[in-house]
Design a protein around this ligand. Sequence first.
Ligand code: IMP
Ligand code: MG
Length: 184
Amino acid sequence: MVDTLPVSFGYENIKRVIIPENELKARIAEVGKCISLEYSEKPLLLIAILKGSFIFLADLCREITVPCEVEFMRSSSYVGNSTVSTGNPKDIFGIDKDISKYHVLLVEDIVDTGKTLVRVTEQLKKLNPLSLKVCTLLDKPERREVDFSPDFALFIVPDVFVVGYGLDFDEKYRNLPYIAEVSL
Ligand code: IMP
Ligand code: MG
């Protein structure tokens, strides 16, 4: 284990490291290769769902060895320091290109109930992409409330609230270089 837990002020809630930095890096490199093979000769558009996927997207796209373009959108159903979805989602598409010319790969931080991705994929399908797949860093299948399976899921995590590597609790901890469990 290369990661040591920070003990400085503000990190008291970090309980344990679930996925250390070196494991994240190795798995992302592996999946980057698969994506490169699958999308060679295809116009690839990565659409990252902010904010949680920003670090994953940055590392994943650098492991993709075929040409690709990047767009961002926002989707949020959490309010403040809640760890339970409000069920009242807001999606803000910042995509100003015609996605019907692209094979779209949605990049997400974590699939929990699955509601976000069901909703977002339904909306994106209406824009007629050449194909649409989902790549998530983390998957919490135990929490699923709707029928949804990501095409690429890099790590399965238990039913605990996780932070780091882009994921937040009350907007904090996104900068941790590993995935950790927080005690709430
Ligand atoms: P879903 O719609 O329930 O699948 O929720 C997906 C979104 O909830 C993710 O994109 C995250 O932003 C957030 N989320 C779910 N579980 C966690 C967690 O354990 N830590 C941080 N964010 C989470
Ligand atoms: Mg998210």
